[in-house]
Ligand binder design. Structure first.
Ligand code: FCB
Length: 440
């Protein structure tokens, strides 16, 4: 049996928390929430499997915050839902929504947890589809207004805030690969979104700064690129994958430029005069969030549009998402941030975790030993980084609850807590008790 005794070796100042996102848990049928692009996408592409109910966190949030406290954690990462706060347009506020986040933040603070809100975790109000969502710079401006609103409304209730969750998913996964809302498969849409979502981040930073002295960050997801073998064409393909998936976003944020390798294939699709925005995109940040799950095996594969690679299935142990366990990638990217971009910036692992085929046993318990192994392996890498003097300051397990896992609906269970979606009953898994054993 695996265990998490490694937790005893972490410095007492290290932050442990768990992460969720609004659309995945709240349930948008409650409290006057408006529709997002995910409702639309679910209806068209996912047989209507959507976040209408999700975990009904809207009504169960007090129990959920208690569960976080029971883990021995000291922080909670969640996201604000734009369609909940502004269901119809950017001027008419839904007071139920305003009240919900006030009660949520009050509860978090009452339990002595540090709130780590995110402004955008993918639930773009569906009304923006009419103007092509993030492909239109107007959406970026509206996002800045939304950011300003949040900071004015709740700014004295949190210190740290993240603008955008995983710009690669917002752009490439959703507009080139078509796997997430709005489900486009078009290189031009993808590249304009790769730029505009970063511009939205930059404008959001400006809006937040005019209002309050927040500590502002962004959350990037990095995926390790493993070339299939040492053949030059595969080595180059892996470099291109890394450049598009990872460096595009971190180079823009930290260095105010896009990597040459990506520009070679993507520059023609960028909005005109894109470089005028890079100064806005690269405003200094006070912390950086890193989401890390797995690696990809990359092989050269010629394609008409110049995206000359494809990803292959690897041979390492896999999670229920079919993602390989590759903990070494986590320390690799922490090191990369410190060595290549900024050696002082506080780094928070804002997501890490695994889907497991969890089932209730005869005692109505969940023994998720594989998940404990997964956490243990990744925590080991983090401890190594701390000992090397890298600036990693916190770790958020994805996720508190089994929830709506986007295109996979409710079939992939990532939670420390099992959710029975028929009645919203929460049942802590063994991994939950492993954390609390060492942290309380
Ligand atoms: C990340 C997302 C998060 C969750 C995990 C499994 O890419 O940020 O919402 O779906 O993957």
């Amino acid at each position: 049996m695996n265990n998490l005794s490694i937790l005893k070796n972490f410095p007492s100042s290290f932050i442990f928390g768990t992460a969720t996102s609004s659309y995945q848990i709240e349930g948008n049928k409650y409290g006057g929430c408006g529709k997002s692009i995910w409702d639309d996408f679910a209806r068209k592409k996912l047989n209507g499997i959507d976040g209408l109910n999700a975990c009904n966190h809207y009504e169960y949030f007090e129990e959920d915050i208690k569960l976080i406290k029971g883990l021995g954690f000291n922080a909670y990462r969640f996201s604000f839902s734009w369609p909940r706060l502004f269901p119809e347009n950017n001027n008419d506020i839904n007071m139920d929504g305003v009240d919900f986040y006030k009660r949520l933040l009050d509860k978090i603070l009452e339990k002595d947890l540090e709130p780590f809100p995110t402004l955008y975790h993918w639930d773009l109000p569906v009304r923006f589809s009419k103007i092509e969502g993030w492909e239109n710079k107007d959406t970026c401006k509206r996002f800045a207004e939304f950011s300003y609103f949040i900071s004015q409304q709740y700014g004295d209730l949190f210190k740290k805030i993240a603008t955008v969750n995983e710009p690669w998913c917002v752009s490439w996964l959703s507009h080139y690969l078509g796997e997430h809302a709005p489900g486009k498969q078009n290189l031009k849409s993808a590249v304009s979104t790769m730029h505009n979502i970063l511009l939205a981040h930059g404008l959001s930073v400006e809006a937040l700064k005019t209002n309050n002295s927040h500590e502002i960050g962004i959350v990037l997801n990095n995926q390790y690129a493993e070339p299939l073998d040492q053949k030059e064409e595969n080595l180059n393909a892996a470099k291109l994958f890394d450049s598009i998936h990872n460096r595009w976003f971190s180079d823009a944020i930290f260095k105010g430029k896009y990597p040459e390798l990506s520009l070679g294939v993507l520059e023609d699709y960028l909005p005109k005069n894109y470089d005028n925005d890079l100064r806005t995109i690269s405003h200094p940040l006070q912390w950086i969030g890193l989401n890390y799950y797995t690696r990809s095996i990359i092989k050269y594969h010629e394609s008409e549009d110049g995206i000359n690679y494809k990803t292959l299935r690897g041979f390492l142990k896999k999670t229920d998402m079919d993602w390989e366990y590759f903990p070494e990638g986590l320390s690799y990217f922490i090191k990369r941030i410190n060595k290549e971009y900024d050696d002082k910036i506080p780094i928070f692992i804002t997501e890490n975790g695994m889907a497991n085929d969890d089932k209730l046993n005869s005692k109505k318990e969940v023994d998720d030993d594989d998940r404990i192994e997964f956490f243990n392996l990744h925590l080991k890498e983090i401890l190594k980084c701390i000992r090397e003097g890298l600036t990693v300051k916190g770790y958020f397990a994805w996720s508190l609850l089994d929830n709506y896992e986007w295109a996979f609906g409710y079939t992939k269970r990532f939670g420390l807590v099992y959710v029975d979606f028929d009645n919203f009953k929460r049942i802590p898994k063994r991994s939950y008790y492993e954390f609390s054993k060492y942290l309380i």
